[in-house]
Design a protein around this ligand. Sequence first.
Ligand code: BEZ
Length: 211
Amino acid sequence: MASLHLGDTAPDFTADTTEGQISFLDWKGDSWVIFFSHPNDFTPVCTTELGRVGQLSAEWAKRKTKVIALSVDSVEDHDRWKPDVEQVSDTTVDYPIIADPDKKVAELYDMIHPGEDDSSSVRSVFIIGPDDKIKLMLTYPKSAGRNFDEILRVLDALQLSASGPFSTPADWRPGDRAIVSNDVPTEEAKERFPDLEVVKPYLRYATPSQS
Ligand code: BEZ
């Protein structure tokens, strides 16, 4: 298996899910996608994580982003576990969970890390853009639940960069000023962004909505 890198086209696959069989890139269409794995059904950290993703349903929709989960359990296990997830987090799991008992997809996306106790998937996150390219990869150990507020924040940062000549500084939050790309000369940047602040010739801040 070749390792995946940022900018690669997300590998396609066919798999059974809690919402029927899908062909991944067909299912994805031209949406942004959060594709995340967890180790096993009926485990505590995973129960909180899938619930949190369900609670953020309106936030994903606002960002035209589809969400899909994966573990190496069966569809039958996912279906038996889902009511627990929904009850614990008082939410609805309104996104598909891929069943990957033969680990075909987990291996394709390098989600099995043998140093992490057993051969189930670790906590991987892939953000995939409308162009099917991988925009972000995160890997968490089985012991640490993910911060989905951070995943929303970085999705906002990626969508901002896709919308104009911007990158985002450390600890950027939606609504903060962004960094104007060095591809835009300062004179042009001053015209396009009236509140441009030149801190260094290579570090210029502006408010994105003014573009
Ligand atoms: C959990 O979700 O709590 C968990 C799953 C597998 C290994 C460790 C923790």
